[in-house]
Design a protein around this ligand. Sequence first.
Ligand code: GDP
Ligand code: IMO
Ligand code: MG
Length: 434
Amino acid sequence: MPIVVVVGGQWGDEGKGRIVDLLARKAKVVARYSAGNNAGHTIVNERGEFKLHLVPAGIFYPEKTCVIGNGVAIDPEVLLEEIDNLEAKGVSTARLVVSDRAQLIMPWHKLIDQLDEKLRGDAAIGTTGKGVGPCFADKVARRGIRVADLLRTDEFAERIKTVLEFENRVITGVYGGDPIDFRDCLETYREFGRRLHPYVTDTQAVVLDAHQRGEYVLLEGAQGSLLDLDHGTYPYVTSSVPSSTSGGAAIGIGIGPTDIQRVVGVFKSYCTRVGNGSFPTELEGEIANRLRDHGKEYGRGEYGTTTGRPRRIGWLDAVAARYSVRFNGLSAVALTRLDVLDGLESIKICTGYELDGKIVNTVPASLSVLDRCKPIYEELPGWRKPTTEVRNFDDLPEQAQAFVRRVEVLLGCPVDLISVGPSREQAVIVNPIF
Ligand code: GDP
Ligand code: IMO
Ligand code: MG
């Protein structure tokens, strides 16, 4: 049975949580493979509205096993709070398992994230400030602390003592900050360890065993491909190792690339970005405000799930999207928030960039070059009828069908799923993904 990856195709917040919640119906295991609680995945289903940062979106189905894989950076405080909130709302976390190989976000990571942004001044990345970048930097520097360490009480104390000596030198010497107290940190994390212990296991085996038994497995990406360290708009990217692209899914769970059968890329029908960095199709003014504030009265506008920051808005960038389709090896696109375009007189799609009088068809590596790229737009007629109640492709307004068909051609990938609202049932399944 297939292992399917769900990956964000743009700059994050494409609606991955919503798509995973829908596709999880058929899966037996749903596993998060990268990032940390910089991610915020919104799920609206019969149990209400939830904003998940670490727990996979399969948690709402009682019979699914939900995995937080080795590739995830875990802030135990955030995870425990998320577990408590879910349980308080009647959602059982009994089938949640956490990898013993996952990295831990420690107090110094959060502090360094904030101090580092301050030090960068005007060149700040616009991080979520959750310590995710410094945690992955320490993972690569072989200074990370893992969930397995947390469970070995004596070794844990030794380990954080050594690491904290180094981190405090950085905090005070490089950033001029206040050092972190070893005892406080030790006691707090010992308590986290005690509470997390029952969830911790070898999650690689959980996924591979399910796969071998012939069960469906869904791998949930976080963030977006254009925030990837290698292929994104570096340095205005996130620091996830493994990458938040489909390529990171195998590493972040501990399976082989040949175990993955399908990759679904989630794209909004337009673009958003939180934080700083290039955004060729960025819009300001009336249309941007209209798209940002769609559903705002229900708390569903384009404002960050994790930080509440207003998201930057732009037309769909088919150049960047096609680039993302190619390096993710996508089998299908899930197009979300089509309903947000309802009622617009016309809709633009960027089909190429103009640079010094020439047409560019892919995303240049250099940000100064990308910043000089001017989008070339194709304008399509909008539609007047609402799409939120539509469940069949043929029932979509003609212009909406034409928009979707044009997106398929420009991206070079079939649109198998269209989302027309935040709730589970507000979807048009063009071709079944599982
Ligand atoms: P994620 O990080 O990729 O899971 O996306 P977020 O949850 O951060 O942001 C997506 C937002 O769009 C959430 O508020 C979702 O509830 C909402 N959403 C998802 N799909 C649709 C859709 O088709 N229509 C509308 N109106 N909202 C949607
Ligand atoms: P989901 O999973 C949107 C962005 C931040 C910032 C950059 C680096 O909800 O799609 P970081 O804190 O990761 O060091 O910040 O990456 N970013 C996201 N933007 N959605 C996300 O996750 C993001 N995760 C990180 O806004 O620009
Ligand atoms: Mg999000």
